[in-house]
Unconditional design. Structure first.
Length: 110
């Protein structure tokens, strides 16, 4: 799959997927500084960190909107390739990664 993220510069010359780039940013906001970034780590929760990613997906087209956070374990996944979304049980719906999709309330075909 073609990446939607277009970097202005890539100092480390990494050939990463959109999911890998966003996961690194997600983990950075939770206190895991990449080797190339110094300074004091941030200490956001998974929900706070993903809220920032969501904002950058919805309001600034910086990140593609097919990267989702599992509502069970908090891991990120690429919804183009995996995961499950259910509107059952929550007015806003729930996202499930492949590891947690067995917990999803699957839609009835009534």
């Amino acid at each position: 799959m073609k990446n939607e993220i277009k970097l202005l510069k890539n100092n480390d010359k990494r050939d990463w997927s959109d999911l890998e780039w966003i996961t690194e940013f997600y983990e950075f906001m939770q206190g895991e500084n990449p080797k190339s970034i110094g300074g004091d780590p941030m200490t956001l929760t998974k929900d706070q960190a993903f809220r920032i990613i969501w904002y950058l997906q919805e309001h600034f087209p910086v990140f593609p909107d097919h990267i989702e956070k599992c509502d069970v374990c908090g891991d990120l996944y690429d919804s183009y390739n995996s995961g499950y979304y259910s509107e059952k049980g929550n007015e806003h719906g729930n996202h499930f990664c492949d590891g947690c999709d067995h917990l999803a309330p699957y839609e009835d075909n009534d």
